[in-house]
Write a protein that binds this ligand. Structure first.
Ligand SMILES: [Zn+2]
Length: 147
């Protein structure tokens, strides 16, 4: 979805406004600024609310952590972001909203997209009666190889 912005002159503010408008999210000043950090360079990003909050504080945006959370959840509800829960203390927001697996790098605490050539999920357990599988999250945890 962001790919069409690549290889063009990067205009973070314009990209952020387009990103918000395609989901009909009202472009308040704070939302546009936060969106610039998320998609302004035209590339996909994985970020925690705390990391985004730090970026805002280092920049010129005066927001609270609660506002950052609210904004991220607003973007999720609008279908602009997906949530990736790594563990009880770590939740990432991914700017890619299609189904895709992730690598979690245990040494650095980073989350990245895993390449999906020929990726298949087979023989998923059947959902219990009266329920259906709504989503399958795949997080592949990586650690350094010990030689
Ligand atoms: Zn992702």
């Amino acid at each position: 979805m962001l790919d069409k912005f690549e290889n063009k002159n990067i205009e973070p503010n314009k990209i952020a406004n387009q990103w918000l408008s395609k989901a009909r999210v009202k472009p308040t000043k704070q939302r546009v600024k936060i969106a610039e950090y998320l998609v302004g360079n035209g590339k996909h990003k994985h970020i925690t609310a705390e990391q985004l909050f730090d970026l805002c504080r280092a920049g010129d945006i005066n927001v609270s952590l609660a506002t950052v959370y609210n904004t991220l959840h607003c973007f999720c509800s609008a279908g602009l972001l997906s949530e990736v829960i790594v563990d009880a203390n770590r939740k990432f927001f991914c700017t890619r909203v299609d189904d895709h697996p992730h690598f979690f790098w245990e040494d650095t605490g980073e989350l990245t997209d895993a390449k999906i050539d020929n990726f298949q999920i087979k023989n998923l357990p059947q959902a219990p009666k009266g329920s259906k599988i709504s989503k399958v999250d795949i997080i592949i945890r990586l650690s350094k190889e010990i030689e």
